[in-house]
Design a protein around this ligand. Sequence first.
Ligand SMILES: Nc1ncnc2c1ncn2[C@@H]1O[C@H](COP(=O)(O)OP(=O)(O)OP(=O)(O)O)[C@@H](O)[C@H]1O
Length: 639
Amino acid sequence: MLRLVEWARPAVPRIVTGGFTALGASLLALAVPQVLRWIVNGPILTDGSSQAVVAGALLVLALGVLEAFFVWCRRALVATPGTTVERDMRVRLFRHLLDLPVEFHDRWAGGQLLSRAMSDLGAIRRWLVFGLVMLLVSATTAVVGVVLMFVTSWVLALVYVAGAVPMVWLSFRFRQDYKVAARRAREQTGDLATAVEESVHGIRVLKAFGRGDDALDDFVRQADELRETEIDKARTLSRVSFALGAIPEAILAVALAVGVPLTAHGHLSVGALVAFFATAAVVNNPVERLGQLLAMTLDAKASTDRFLQVMDTASTVTDPLEPHALPPAPGAGSTVELRGVRFAHRSTRGSSEVLSGVDLVLEPGTTTALVGLTGSGKTTLLQLVPRLYDVTGGAVTIDGVDVRDLTRHDLRRAVAVAFEDPILFSASVRENVLLGTDDLTGAEADARVEEALEVASAGFVRRLPQGLATVIGEEGLSLSGGQRQRVALARAIATRPRVLVLDDPLSALDVTTEAVVTRRLREVLRGTTSLVVAHRPSTVALADRVAVLEDGRITGVGTHEDLLANHPHYRFVLTALAAHAPGDGVEERGDEDGVDGPPGGPPGARAQRAPRDAADDATGARTGRHDSGRAGVTPGGAR
Ligand SMILES: Nc1ncnc2c1ncn2[C@@H]1O[C@H](COP(=O)(O)OP(=O)(O)OP(=O)(O)O)[C@@H](O)[C@H]1O
């Protein structure tokens, strides 16, 4: 937990000052018994001077008021820096999450990250500003108090210290048990958050399949598990709290039995006896609180471990130490080359590769369609260009520069991506479209948005309630699949990239809309080198050339006609795709340019896109016969 200093450094001065004021408060509390001793041994037992008693009482009052002031100071001092530290840690965690590669996010559940960013950091803050300070102050108070007890009466002090032995042993046992439960509770909180996140994300599927009750049962089971762990923790804590509360009181009984005879026989003054018990009462407070503070510390320890587990994960996709720059843009897109590219996902690394030696050259300004069976690795290959994953062998170059030699910023300015399942953020349409163009403002930005929307045939956004200012994404207006795809396509186009990577970007559009978008896209793509995953013959129509991905390699590159004539696997794939391609219609038919429908569209106007899994690799097509012929297979969707 010492490593928390690294994050808490700016707050350390105030936390330390807060600690000193808390210590001051405890020492003032310990001074009260000494005043009592003076009053009892002095004015009360000697001359009975009421003036001296009043003076003593006023002194106790002053000490009490001062103690209360110090307690207030501690709270005031540590409250603000605690929240600052929490905020800073949260920001650094989020920044690190953004920096970590996709590979990391493939492995980690969202809820686990969410709970680390929220509840774990909250637990660390509470410990820093309260637990840590009070633990140190309690320990110091106990030590100073015991020293005062020895000064008052070493016999009674020995009785008190002897009682500490079982308390230390109990605390040690408690630490062992509670630590495990604390960690388990944190993990279960993360799992619970994941369950909520997944269910909310997939609420339509749950409802459509009537699986809400199952999801609820699952959630209840997880919530019960967490509850049991929390009860486990509470039981462990209450056991130790009981012992830490009872033992000091029992010690006081023993001390009384020893102390009274000592006083009766004149070995101990009455004032000293009173002072001993008053001191013991002050010391008992922090001792009894020890269980609670230890629990808090162990909770914070579990949270710190979980936080550091993420922070210590180094990013594997990093900027080079000596980055290269891309040569000036040639004007007609860049040359992209994949040389002997191999790739295996982390989970299957060592056992099987998705790509096992891909060689492909994309000439400047050309559009290449990537065709292959489902699961053949098209999406994976695409993601290697903007380094969402790093190749495990070979290299990807842009204009002769290895993508790993570019800074990620430069690379991602040069390469734009649109995925089949587009994610839009909770922001206005305009902000979503301008996401990748960080240096554009004002009229220039407006013009770029207009142009991108035009090419992507996304004019429907102007008819949204607030036009381009309408908030879409999770917190805003829901768009249909095809509408989202077009906004995402506009976002990719708006960056005016050298290289455009499109993963079946028109899959949710009906044939008419796709034809319009395709026509406009072809015009724009002339100045860009594009790689487009094609699942439909009509998407192949976008391309100048087609590359066939088969068994982890490119087994054919050529025009559609050439491949159709000479490449059996291409014929097979295309036939299989054509058999499942639209008009398996998806998107509402529109009213503007024959493409744009009103947002949301008429009920029932949308249907799910037909599954293309029938063209699955499970058909044996990878290894089997490719004799499906070429009957009527042409780009543009004709069957
Ligand atoms: N994050 C991942 N972790 C592990 N394996 C993965 C991951 N993503 C994809 N795969 C596997 O890699 C293989 C290729 O997947 P990929 O998505 O690239 O295929 P695809 O050709 O794009 O498929 P489709 O046409 O269905 O979109 C599949 O076997 C898939 O299960």
